[in-house]
Ligand binder design. Structure first.
Ligand code: ADP
Length: 271
């Protein structure tokens, strides 16, 4: 059936969203019972696209991101209300009956500061594969190489895989953490300000990498850097005081936002 039938011709066509990997629905989040950090956030996450979360410090971006891998479960008193539906199973990953370990197996996370394990470069990437029971050395080595290539790191480390990860530069360590997350083939990757501890060249490398990964994996990235959001993402969500103010195609959010609040933020009038 043609859903556009009957619409006035002057109405601009709504750009169709691609299939969704996840969708937050009316999501509230409370720290310790009293601090409400998220208020009724409803946000689609398109499959194999990059969605950026922007907004001033303290608006709830990290809190929102961390709901996706049930990180808040690790702290007493945290409370979620609402849903994050995950596809293709159509399961609410916040449901108490859903095992958070299972969720974290399917959803990878990269933090602000690179946090490699005190192990070799090879063993950092192999770690998740071994935890999942992969025993064949050949298979592990193959997967490690693919992950390091996908993280644009292979050329720089292929001749020193047994070196300790801490001997790498900050930018290389962050790409190693990305390789470590990629190795187990997550369906969704969460990036929490992944370049905030890096210099401009390392930042440019990571941005190029994130942009290129979108064909393989769905990405949700928090950034306080609007230029970064504009460079790497397909969709952008602007949050303010725990609420989603506006969501849309990144080009539109940065050139012709619908809400004045969004415009004020992207033009630097507050934040
Ligand atoms: P952003 O990522 O946009 O900077 P956050 O998600 O870190 O924002 O924080 C959102 C709100 O939740 C802020 O008011 C912050 O002070 C509060 N908050 C964050 N972490 C905690 C915590 N562990 N306990 C209590 N309040 C917190």
């Amino acid at each position: 059936m043609d859903m556009s039938a009957g619409l006035p011709v002057s109405q601009p066509a709504q750009q169709a969203m691609p299939p969704l990997k996840a969708q937050a629905r009316n999501l509230d989040f409370f720290y310790g019972g009293t601090v409400q950090a998220l208020k009724g956030v409803t946000l689609p996450v398109a499959e194999k696209k990059v969605t950026a979360l922007i907004g001033p410090s303290g608006c709830g971006k990290s809190t929102f991101l961390r709901c996706f891998n049930r990180m808040h479960d690790l702290y007493d008193g945290s409370r979620y209300v609402g849903q994050i539906m995950f596809q293709p199973d159509d399961v609410n990953i916040l449901d108490r009956a859903v095992d958070p370990i299972e969720v974290r197996m399917r959803i990878g996370m990269v933090f602000q500061k690179p946090n490699p394990f005190p192990k070799s470069i090879f063993e950092n990437v192999a770690y998740g594969l071994r935890v999942r029971g992969m025993r064949s050395q050949r298979e592990v080595a193959e997967k490690v190489e693919v992950a390091l290539r996908d993280a644009f790191l292979w050329e720089e480390v292929s001749d020193r895989l047994d070196d300790m990860a801490f001997n790498l530069s900050g930018g290389q360590q962050q790409r190693l953490c990305i390789a470590r997350a990629l190795a187990t083939e997550p369906e969704l990757m969460l990036f929490d300000e992944p370049t905030s501890a890096l210099d401009p060249i390392a930042t440019a490398n990571i941005e190029e990498l994130i942009h290129g990964l979108r064909d393989k994996v769905t990405i949700l990235i928090v950034t306080h850097n609007m230029q970064q959001a504009a460079r790497v993402s397909d969709y952008t969500a602007f949050m303010y005081l725990g609420e989603l103010v506006e969501f849309g195609d990144t080009n539109i959010i940065f050139t012709n936002p619908a809400k004045k609040q969004t415009e004020d933020y992207i033009t630097g009038r507050y934040g």
